[in-house]
Design a protein around this ligand. Structure first.
Ligand SMILES: *Cc1c(COP(=O)(O)O)cnc(C)c1O
Length: 349
């Protein structure tokens, strides 16, 4: 193994999509959120796998992501743009049949003036205060805008992954107040909101992280596997140190291996002296600091020195690794493996 390979199971992604789809009523559609290159796992490959599984609606963050996805998926599936219709994006939106989710009066004006008759959705701010039209503005423009027949009215939950958080019911009530009686298709929930039950499902759900095996989808099928090859072996005497800053000191005769993988590969530096890597079911501590291209691991307790150690796999999922780093699976995935070879598994189901 000359370099590390990030293994991505497209069947597991399709399986997770189907499982999340089954959690809502048959009349509720389930989209696939594949922004940021499908959370770092490859928007083209993931988009095609989801389309084969039956997904007809996709969400990306930027128009350029939408354009790339349209080239892969071809005409037909709806590709929604979460940042809406930004200045300079008009031609891309028109030429690649993208559906911007308009999030401000400025965007609404831009869209209706530059692309009259072109499909769009509207993002409503029900309390997250990130993107979306505020209730007072909505009241003023809804009568005009509804005549232009938005393809979707959507909002986003700030605490959808926290079961009893009062913000959920407050946002649900605000969403009803802003959209009841419009007769238009509606969407409120990402992965977390799907688990809040049918009142949160409306016409379309928008799972992202659950597709990739992350919490709050606790029963998700794992998607990624990553083993890092051993490139050097060291036998250390007590008192010797490892890595930048000499932050780890051997307390016993130690066998340490240096592995191919560092913060330039998306292994957070905050894993320094914290994470574990795995040889089968045996945990080995990461020792010293994560450097740009390399990490070092204590393998003294293994019966023999392996060719590689597993960072992500059956013994340690994305949420466990993210916890070691003091972050969330979203951030870990989005930065992981831009530099690794990606290997996709897809077998007929
Ligand atoms: C990222 C995002 C999603 C997907 O969220 P997950 O928590 O990954 O399921 C859905 N809707 C919007 C508006 C988003 O920004």
């Amino acid at each position: 193994m000359a370099s590390a390979t990030l293994n991505i199971d497209l069947n597991a992604i399709a399986q997770n999509w189907r499982a999340l789809d089954r959690l809502s009523a048959p009349g509720v559609q389930t989209a696939g959120v594949i922004k940021a290159d499908a959370y770092g796992l490859g928007a083209a490959e993931v988009g095609l796998a989801l389309a084969r599984a039956g997904a007809r609606r996709f969400f990306v963050a930027h128009s350029a992501e939408g354009m790339a996805l349209r080239k892969v998926l071809g005409p037909g599936p709806q590709i929604a743009i979460l940042t809406g219709h930004l200045a300079g994006a008009t031609e891309m939106i028109r030429d690649h049949d993208l559906t911007p989710m308009l999030s401000s009066l400025e965007q609404i004006t831009r869209h209706l003036e530059s692309l009259p008759g072109h499909p769009f959705g509207v993002q409503l701010d029900t309390g997250m205060n990130r993107l979306g039209v505020k209730p007072a503005d909505w009241q003023a423009i809804a009568p005009i805008l509804l005549a232009a027949e938005p393809a979707l009215l959507m909002s986003h939950l700030a605490c959808g992954d926290v079961p009893d958080h009062p913000a959920n019911e407050a946002q649900l009530a605000a969403f009803h107040a802003m959209t009841d009686g419009t007769g238009l298709p509606r969407s409120l929930s990402a992965t977390g909101g799907i688990f809040r039950g049918p009142r949160y499902h409306f016409d379309l759900t928008r799972p992202g992280i659950g597709l990739y095996g992350g919490l709050p989808f606790a029963d998700a099928t794992p998607v990624v596997q990553l083993s890092l090859p051993v490139v050097q072996i060291r036998h250390l005497d007590p008192g010797e140190t490892v890595g930048y800053g000499c932050t780890w000191v051997a307390k016993r005769p130690t066998t340490a291996v240096t592995l191919l993988g560092g913060y330039a590969d998306g292994l957070p530096r905050s894993l320094s002296n914290r994470a574990q890597l795995w040889a089968g079911n045996r945990a080995c501590p990461l020792i010293g600091r994560v450097s740009m291209d390399l990490i070092t691991v204590d393998v003294t307790d293994l019966p023999e020195i392996p060719d590689s150690l597993e960072l992500l796999g059956p013994a340690q999922g994305i949420d466990s690794l993210a916890e070691f780093a003091g972050t969330i699976s979203y951030e870990l995935l989005a930065t992981l493996g831009q530099r690794y070879d990606r290997q996709y598994q897809e077998h007929s189901a």
